[in-house]
Design a protein around this ligand. Structure first.
Ligand SMILES: Nc1ncnc2c1ncn2[C@@H]1O[C@H](COP(=O)(O)OP(=O)(O)OP(=O)(O)O)[C@@H](O)[C@H]1O
Length: 618
């Protein structure tokens, strides 16, 4: 089942460090209604395919949003501009994509211009900003693709704010809604929005909602709704259907999907369908924006679900007009190792990439439990300042980790995919990916966390031999082979690993085993594995990587949920999970249970923020 991505309630991603951090449990959501609205013509979308600028679809018969002269009224007491702390964060990647177009030259509100100048400290638009702004201001739905780290957030926020301030927003309604797949990203968007809205307050305001926090506080906050709301899907569904908040969105003018391809994929699809069904009253008139760095393969499907389609929709693909996308120019290396050598390889690679002065290394694992286990392992081994970032960690912890990683150097962050998309950590020197990513897009997004910050970023992918087929999906990328350690090289790390694994709690190892099994069990087709194969692989992981004497026991219920009942090789727990290691204890629990589609009914808000499909937590 899809599981939750609890996390920083915005602060984690917050550039402005908004003071938030409430916890609580989301409640079940409504059913799974289908999207209302009539049929639309999508044939003209996606087929144009050409790159560079908005596709030349005919202009819409009338703009979806009335566009007139700005109806601005200056705030009574203009707020003081906060320092331009954003300037320092503008990466070389972003700079490389700046255009001749200045924000001053745009036909936008002077209040927004002032914020861009004084708060953000930006002068020139990036390509995606320059190309989408006029199209959005004309009232089109826009499907935009631009490489990672090139300013998509401002690309959708700036025109949205512009449209909001061009027409009255005086009612107690939400006029713009931005949906983000993760809590961290929601917070980051909200922070960027706050900055852009600095001089529009109090006429315009911004807030965000996400799972894992006290929903009643959200309900209270929405009694005075912000003009622009940022939300994660699960919490939004919860609020819409369990707290009768659909009317708040009756006059929605702008609906934004950040990381749109992820939001439209199967794991999120039920929640998104529910959200769209709740927003039917504005369907014909609102604009919809879909932004992502990886988008186009599934474009017709994406468009069908979310946009008005036909002439109202434009595709803006700036990748063709920019220099190469991150994943096409950042040096990347692939190492394929036997399973037993994987951890030694990781340690060797860490030694290598942390030679760089001021290093900041982000290491991705496929599940929260694996990220957690390796973080514990590295901590036991010592030598690095290790930060741990995944859904199993508390909100305050994640917030602290995000801030530390954003601001510090000489750090190694071990993360699940909660950090894969959108997170704007400056100066990440290397991105390591351990194990086969969920798909090609995820590989690209993870890699996009580097080369944002003026330093020569690098990407490293460590695959086990049985995963090597994944590299075929990356064959067009500049990935070179990095030879694996020799047998002697691996042996050098054996004593330290044996000692370190012995010091890890049995429950940590048991959970890591279960998570590993759960992850690969949800990728049987890709790996051409039978259920017996996946159990065999997981058992090898238990004995050769975790250095256990035997595979940990799993609860019968977990085995059933994974669809692995009766598969040879599993140790099914009747009473306790203890006993696989002398002196060990603890039960295998949590991550890894369940297979099949995420979402659906009883939409636990936290769960819906996960990537769905796979039986793991990020
Ligand atoms: N016009 C601009 N001039 C200078 N810096 C900018 C400009 N626009 C955005 N930036 C900065 O560039 C960085 C990257 O922007 P942003 O996070 O929006 O990228 P993105 O395209 O959404 O990346 P991802 O695909 O990873 O989500 C941010 O720190 C942002 O504030």
């Amino acid at each position: 089942m899809a599981d939750d991505l609890p996390g920083a309630r915005g602060r984690g991603g917050g550039r402005h460090r908004a003071k938030r951090g409430r916890f609580g449990k989301g409640r079940g959501g409504g059913g799974e209604p289908s999207e209302g609205g009539g049929a639309v013509d999508f044939l003209s979308i996606g087929k144009g395919g050409g790159k560079g600028g908005a596709h030349a679809l005919p202009p819409p018969p009338m703009p979806a949003v009335p566009i007139g002269e700005p109806q601005l009224s200056a705030p009574r007491a203009p707020p003081r501009a906060p320092p331009a702390e954003h300037t320092a964060r503008t990466s070389s990647t972003t700079r490389a994509h700046l255009t001749e177009t200045t924000f001053e030259a745009l036909s936008i509100s002077p209040l927004t211009k002032r914020a861009v100048r004084e708060v953000l400290g930006y002068e020139h638009c990036t390509q995606v900003q320059a190309q989408t702004l006029p199209v959005i201001l004309k009232g089109h739905d826009v499907i935009a693709k631009a490489k990672t780290g090139t300013g998509k957030t401002i690309g959708f926020l700036l025109p949205t704010i512009e449209l909001l301030c061009r027409a009255p927003t005086g009612k107690k309604l939400v006029y713009a809604l931005a949906i983000s797949p993760t809590r961290e990203l929601a917070g980051q968007i909200k922070d960027e929005c706050e900055a852009l809205m600095t001089f529009h307050k109090p006429q315009l305001s911004c807030a965000y909602i996400c799972g894992g926090t006290n929903i009643k506080a959200d309900v209270r906050m929405l009694q005075s709704p912000p003009s622009l709301l940022v939300a994660t899907p699960g919490r939004l569904v919860d609020l819409l259907f369990n707290y009768d908040l659909v009317p708040l969105f009756n006059e929605l003018r702008m609906l934004i999907f950040d990381e749109a391809d992820q939001l439209l994929e199967m794991g999120f699809r039920p929640s998104i369908t529910q959200i769209l069904s709740a927003l039917t009253s504005s369907r014909a008139t609102r604009q919809t924006l879909l932004f992502s760095a990886t988008l186009m393969s599934d474009i017709v499907q994406v468009a069908q679900i979310a946009t008005r389609g036909g002439e109202a929709t434009r595709v803006v693909d700036t990748v063709g007009t920019e220099d190469k996308a991150t994943h096409e120019h950042v040096p990347q290396r692939l190492t394929v190792t036997p399973v037993h050598a994987q951890t030694a390889e990781l340690l060797a690679l860490l030694e290598e990439v942390t030679q760089e002065p001021g290093y900041k290394v982000l290491v991705f694992f496929n599940t929260a439990r694996l990220a957690g286990m390796f973080a514990e392992l590295l901590t036991v081994i010592g030598g690095y300042t290790v930060l741990e970032m995944h859904s199993r960690k508390s909100q305050p912890h994640r917030t602290r980790m995000a801030e530390q990683f954003r601001e510090g150097t000489n750090l190694v962050m071990l993360s699940s995919d909660v950090s894969a998309r959108g997170m704007d950590y400056p100066d990440v020197t290397s991105v390591l990916q351990v194990g086969m990513p969920a798909d090609r897009a995820q590989y690209i997004h993870r890699l996009g966390r580097t080369a944002r910050a003026g330093k020569a970023g690098g990407g490293y992918l460590l695959l086990a031999d049985f995963e090597s087929g994944f590299s075929a999906q990356l064959k067009d990328l500049p990935i070179i082979s990095r030879p694996p350690l020799s047998a002697e090289g691996v042996a050098k790390y054996t004593p330290v690993l044996q000692q370190a694994f012995k010091r890890l709690p049995a429950v940590t190892l048991s959970c890591a085993y279960q998570a590993y099994l759960g992850f690969y069990n949800s990728h049987l087709k890709r790996l051409k594995f039978t259920r017996e194969d996946v159990v065999r692989r997981a058992n090898t992981f238990a004995t050769e990587v975790l250095l256990l004497d035997s595979p940990p026991a799993l609860q019968a219920q977990t085995v059933g949920k994974m669809g692995l009942k009766g598969v040879e090789g599993l140790v099914v727990e009747r009473g306790s999970a203890e006993g696989h290691r002398k002196g060990g204890g603890g039960k295998g629990h949590g991550e890894g249970g369940g297979k099949g589609k995420g979402g659906g009914k009883g939409n636990n808000s936290a769960r819906s923020e996960g990537r769905g499909m796979s039986s793991r937590r990020a």
